[in-house]
Design a protein around this ligand. Structure first.
Ligand SMILES: C[S@@+](CC[C@H](N)C(=O)[O-])C[C@H]1O[C@@H](n2cnc3c(N)ncnc32)[C@H](O)[C@@H]1O
Length: 248
């Protein structure tokens, strides 16, 4: 029996891969990687490793997840070192726990290698701390996806200081409308950080009302931050050439 590493690749910048992650990538026989893993990180892998792209296409999640599970088993059972390489951290909306459970059920050794999650690192790199003394004492990381099993109950997050929404680009108008309806101020600042930590990073700031009116153009992947901490960006960066400020 081989071994599967559930390994977090971080948000994109190869310098944000962990030292342990790099060592394991250099030893891997087979690497099954997700859509959000950057080519610069794949370039660090064992040149002899078999690289398999497992990016999930829209609307086919379960089918593709079954294929990924079958691939992990097919390569691990004969004794290969398999890396399941995921963007950010495998345990943050990464299906890390489900894959771990499946592999354990088949008697395969699993080791988790945490990664730097986009949920915290991407806002931070853009000058937005998710907490800050006197501004925000709590934060929640929420999916913006509208899946049957995962549709968030926004009522639960009404009182949380900072909301970090992953996969929230497509449904942004509905999410902002719902947050305002639940009592969050329409003037509350929002930031979308597209492709954080890469040289194509772009930051869009606006208010919840502007997002709700459909005035904010954003591309996926982006981390959305809702809360007063967004204003700190202006204090931390005096010049923000890549910023598109709708308002704030
Ligand atoms: C399926 S979730 C995976 C999250 C990942 N496991 C993590 O810890 O960062 C994918 C979402 O993460 C966010 N994301 C991941 N990497 C990003 C990046 N470099 N820039 C902006 N958003 C990113 C986006 O919201 C994207 O839709």
């Amino acid at each position: 029996m081989g071994k599967v590493y559930l390994l977090g690749a971080g948000p994109g910048d190869p310098d944000l891969l962990t030292i342990k992650g790099l060592r394991i990538l250099r030893e891997a026989d087979v690497i099954l990687y997700d859509r959000l893993v950057s080519p610069e990180i794949l370039a660090l892998a064992n040149p002899a490793a078999l690289l398999i792209h497992t990016g999930k296409r829209h609307g086919q999640q379960e089918e593709i997840q079954n294929e990924i599970n079958a691939l992990m088993l097919r390569h691990a059972i004969p004794g290969k070192i398999v890396v399941r390489l995921k963007g950010g951290d495998p345990m943050v909306f990464g299906r890390g726990a489900e894959e771990w459970a499946l592999l354990t059920a088949h008697g395969i050794e699993v080791e988790l290698v945490p990664g730097v999650s986009s949920a915290i690192a991407v806002p931070a790199l853009a000058g937005i701390p998710v907490t800050c003394r006197g501004v925000a004492a709590s934060f929640a990381v929420i999916t913006g996806h509208n899946q049957k099993s995962e549709t968030p109950d926004w009522v639960k997050f009404r009182m949380v200081d900072t909301l970090v929404i992953l996969m929230g680009v497509e449904n942004r108008v509905r999410i902002a409308t719902e947050l305002i309806a639940l009592g969050r101020p329409a003037t509350e600042p929002v930031a979308y950080i597209e492709r954080g930590s890469t040289d194509r990073e772009r930051v869009v700031t606006a208010t919840l009302a502007e997002v709700a009116r459909g005035e904010v153009e954003v591309e996926s992947p982006a981390v959305c931050v809702v809360g007063e901490v967004v204003r700190l960006r202006l204090k931390l960066f005096s010049e923000t050439p890549t910023e598109v400020a709708v308002a704030c």
